[in-house]
Ligand binder design. Sequence first.
Ligand code: SF4
Length: 585
Amino acid sequence: MRIALIAPPWPIFNRPSIQVAALAAYIRKRLPQVECRCFYPYLSLYEKIGAQLYGIISDSSWASEAIGAMLLTPGYEDQQAELAIRMIKDGDAKKRLNRDTILEVRDSLQSVLGELLGSLDWSGYDFVGITVSLNQLCSGLYLAKEIKHLSPSTKIVMGGASVSGTAGEAILNTFPFIDFVVSGEGEGALYSLIHSYLEAKPIDETFIRAEELKDMDSLPPPDFSDFFEELQRLPPEKRFIPVLPVEFSRGCFWGRCTFCNLNLQWKGYRSKSSNRMAREVLWLSRRYGVLDFAFMDNALPPKEMSEFFREIRERGVDLKFFGELRASISRELAQELGASGLKTVQVGIESLSPTLLRRLRKGRSVMDNIATMRHLLEAGISLEGNLILDFPGSSEKEVEETMEALRFARYFKPLKAVSFWLGLGSPVFSRSDEFQIRYMRPHRNYKTLFPEHSPSETMVYEYGGTLKRDRALWKRVRREIGEWHRYWNEHARHIPPLTYRDGGDFVLIRQVLDKGTVLQHRLQGLSRKIFLEMLEPIEIKAIMERNPGVSSESLHSFLEDLHVKGLIFKEGVKVLALPVRNRKI
Ligand code: SF4
């Protein structure tokens, strides 16, 4: 028996697909009699159109899907090219691209997928599994359609985030060339399908809600060998050393954010043990000669993560990691993580308004968010975080609170402004009334992707209610975030704009103001001591207890002075000193 696993365009090109590599490892281990081949046609597409253009397109899901849709449903190129250009995020690239350049990209995609389709006798494959996560749906559907056409007896199985939940069922019902859709994690489902087939048992279910694996330590490490073989076939000047995706956990231990629809894909939260994770990463590093890893987790498991990074640090190897964290990092932990190779993190900041954070059900305060931003900057860890704007039913109060907090957040790496989008199955979707949403329907862009047969349920919805008002309210925050980026680009390229150096019995604080004016502040003796105590969020009451000789009045006026100058952040009864230590100036 023979199966093929395919990761279609357009994921980030310098990473193998974790889905394909994990499935291949699982099937090869549990069903060694089955020949399993993996294909990563996006590597050839990157080779054909170049890293820059590939990156510009894969940075936008709608653009990636629109170009894939041109192959799936030919004859609607004008609308699809227009959608692709409109959705490209890079402003300069948007100006350069036109219908003809998009059609050239479409031709390159067609030629790359055509090469894959023509290179194999598909009738020799009993199953073809196609993973369709971010950006991959339309290219994946096109491959499915063509393979079915070439070999009607081959069973087509689709899985991945884009076909989770009822959206997956709708895809299955819309496209007759798909035999099975797996919603959720694929290992157990694919194994059962193949096993039943080998035993000649009938398979009744075509939409399979996968059972979740309980013990992640029992999984074999992902098998990236096919990716490296394809990489080797590229011309030498196009080869690169990839970033390897790895999984520490699946699901989310919080799982309550109202805007999030990841629950469609995952239910329970499970993680590998720290020791197992460390062994896996070190083994993958040696096996493939790679030093860069990206954790695919929704949020790294807090306890195991600290132990894992400690183990990596003790090995003394120069590994680098990307991972996603919840905003609850202490100063000490940030330093440890930074020293262990965690170089870039995505943190679910989402908001700097306490009122909105409550509505988002983030379970974090503005103080948690600002402290995390501070500690990461100090530890040399690059933060990628978003601020959600235009959330349904926004209030003037939420905007005011955000504007106030931005005065202090500006000293840390700027966040990206993102508009709220309505995802199928998110709490906002399920309890739309609570968020003043009057109607919801599949996003209109799907009609452009699937002009002939649009699935009845889709992953992204458009909605009506307070949208117009929400957008108008958040306009000034959007502008302010633009200013924040400008300020950072102009004044913080080399040194963060708010830093301190400790002189033993005094500290010197360097503060760069809006227009680039530099202020120096000196805090002596007791003022220095209190300042250092505030490098983690601390209650004012606790400062009083630690410094019994200081009167409440003088402490409050000292704190007020620092607050007015933008040197400390206050929330409720807590304060936090914002300057980050800089020993390099
Ligand atoms: S946004 Fe992140 S933390 Fe919140 S529920 Fe989703 S995965 Fe979990």
